[in-house]
Ligand binder design. Sequence first.
Ligand code: CA
Length: 504
Amino acid sequence: MKKRDIIAVFLILLLFLSGCQEKVEEDVRGYEGRTFYEIFVRAFKDSDGDGIGDIKGVTESLDYLEELGVGGLWLMPINSSPSYHGYDVTDYYSINSEYGNLEDFKELLQEADKRDIMIIMDLVINHTSSEHPWFKEASTSPDSEYRDYYIFTEDESKKYEASPMGGGSPWAKSTLREEYYYALFWSGMPDLNLDNEELRKEFKEIAKYYLELGVDGFRLDAAKWIYNDIEDNLRWWKEFNSYVKEINPEAVLVGEVWDNIRGMEPYAEVLDSFFVFSMGEDIINGLKWSNLSVLGEKLADSHKKLKEKNPDFVPAPFLSNHDQNRIMNQLVNIDKYKAAAVIYLTLPGTPYIYYGEEIGMSGKKPDERIREPFLWSTDFKKNTQWIDITNDSSIALENQMEQEDSLFNLYKTIINLRKNNPELSLGEIEALDHDHKSVYAVERAYKGSKAYIFVSLSDDESELNIEKGSYNVLYSNVNDYESLKTEGKLNLKSGEILIIKKAD
Ligand code: CA
C-alpha cells in the first residue's frame, strides 16, 4: 500500500470514528433540555379533507416541527371519547376514529423517531367518561366488578359538600338510581377509585401497552386530584412511576400539578417532570408591569428549589396551555410577547410551547376559543374546520415564514439556539445583579462555558456589569453584529433582546 493510500485509509477511519462519536452523543440526548410542543390533534392538521385534524396530519407536520427545532410532542388525548376535547375517555386502548387508527399512530411514532422527536401522550387516570363501559356497568348493577372502580354513595347530604377545588358539590346525582357518584370536574367525568387494586393494574397495563408501542411517556392529567390527600397521591404516582420505569427506564411522566410552587414541590420526588405554572405567571406578570429586575432571581430560585428536591427532576416552564387564555390576550403587546418567548425558551428544564403560540394566535375563554384551528394558511380551507376561526388571517404561518422579523422566525431562531447550545438548555442558571427595573439578565453556565440572556423593556440604554472579555452574539433584535468585546461593562440598547456566549 502506498503512503498516500495509508493516509487516505487513516482519514476515512478517522471520519468514520468521529461520525460514531457524534451518533453516540445524539442517541443519549434525553428529555431534559429539549423544547416540547403541545398539540390539540383536532385543531392541528387535517390530512383527509374532512375538516378534522388527525394523526396523519401530525405526521405530515413533522418537517415543520423539526424546522421549528421542536424535540418532543405532547399529544392531547387521542383515545376514544364522546367529547371534542377527549379528556373523558371511553376506551383507553383505541384511537379516536375521527383522528385515525392504530396504524396511523404507529406511523407517527416511527416518523417522529427518525427525526429525534419524542412523543408523550395525555393519560387521564383521574376519571373516565360517564359513557365508559366500566361506569355504565357500575352505575346500572351494584354487583358489578366495576362498581368499586368508582365512588358511589346514597348519602344525600353529599350534595351540600364543598368541592376541594372550590365551588359547588363534587357529587353528581345518578340518573339511574337513588345515589350520587364522585365527579370532581364534571358529571360527565366520574372520578376513579385508585384504591381498587384491579384498577391500578388496569392503568399499568394501559401504560405498558403504549410504552411498548413506542410512546416516550405520558402527560398526566389532573395529577394532583387522584386523591384529595397529597400523601395518597404521592404514593400512587411513586408506584406508577416505578412500574413505568420497569418497562422503559427512559420513559417520562410529566404531571399536571396545577398549584403554586409550594404545592407542586413534593411531586418533584415522584414524577420526572411537571409544568411549572408559577414560572409562566412570574414571566407574564413581570412583563405586564415592566418589572423585570427580580424576575431572573425568581425563576432561578424556582428551578433550584425543584432540583434540590430531586436532582433528576426536570421542570417544564411554559407560558400558557389549552386551559388558559392565550399569551397574546394576556400580554397584548407584541414586544412583550417576544420578550416572554425568549425568557422561557432560554430557561433550564424542558419548555413547552402551546400550538399556535409561535405565530401569535389569540383566544380567550370559553375553552373552544383557545383551541382554534392552527393557522397554516390565510386560505381557511387549508386549516382544520373543527370550529370557525376568529383569529386574524394575516398571522398565518405561510405569511410569517416569509417575514424575517416575524414571531415565527423568532421562535425558530431561539429554539434552534437552545438546541445547539447546551448552555441554554442544560446550563446552571444565575440571575445577574443590577438595578434596572425593566431589565432581565441571567447567566447560564455549562461545563465551564457561559451564555447570557438579556431582555430590556427600558426606554433608555442600560449599563450592566459583565465579565471582561470577548463574546459571540447568538442573537440580538436591534443590532446586527457577530461578536462584542467588553472591559467589564455592557450597554444594553433600549428594547434590546440579546443572547451572548463567552468566546474565551
Ligand atoms: Ca381529518
